[in-house]
Design a protein around this ligand. Structure first.
Ligand code: S3P
Length: 180
């Protein structure tokens, strides 16, 4: 676990994981538990550019989104004692994953594709990459797409199962890794 021993490990926590993995809920829980500031990268994007992520994808494209998303991510270096929930694709573009690993503790919230799909079907959040898909199409898409992203997610310092998330367990894993 020497990867974790860097000066920034305990200043920032980055939550990563596929759409529907429960990053937002983990963000709230961990924020309360630690009394740290919480940030959601999509919200930061929408506040900065005054446009929803969904509308941005429609008006411009994913390439433009990824560029601005990466810039915003790197601005979080200014936050200390902060937990940052990233978008599902954030770790998979540019050097974002390496950057997060070097500037904080990364937590991969891992759920099965089936869990992600069930949550996505019931979610109110608008997600441009999956809009208009039937349940069957969504399941096929998520299985393939999640698989492609897995090598990035697996670079995280810590992986936790997201099905029955427990913030206290995440904290004890961080402490254990830090002391290892
Ligand atoms: C995306 C996930 C979304 C958002 C954008 C793209 C992705 O965030 O950043 O729609 O590429 O997986 P959530 O993971 O919070 O849904």
């Amino acid at each position: 676990m020497t990867r974790l021993i860097n000066n920034y490990a305990l200043k920032r926590i980055f939550l990563i994981g596929y759409m529907g993995s429960g990053k937002s809920s983990a963000l709230k829980q961990l924020g309360k538990l630690l009394s740290w500031e919480t940030y959601d990268l999509d919200r930061l994007f929408e506040e900065r550019y005054k446009i929803s992520v969904q509308d941005f994808f429609h008006k411009y494209d994913e390439t433009a989104f990824r560029k601005l998303e990466s810039q915003l991510l790197k601005e979080t270096v200014n936050y200390e004692n902060a937990i940052i929930a990233t978008g599902g694709g954030t770790p998979c573009f540019y050097d974002n994953m390496e950057w997060m690993n070097a500037n904080g503790t990364t937590i991969f919230i891992k759920v099965s594709p089936k869990t992600a799909v069930n949550r996505l079907i019931n979610s109110k959040k608008k997600r441009p990459l999956i809009e208009g898909k039937s349940e069957q199409e969504l399941l096929e898409y998520v299985e393939r797409h999640y698989g492609e992203r897995m090598p990035f997610y697996e670079k995280a310092h810590i992986t936790v199962k997201g099905e029955n998330l427990d913030a206290k367990e995440i904290l004890s894993l961080i402490t254990l890794s830090y002391n290892a």
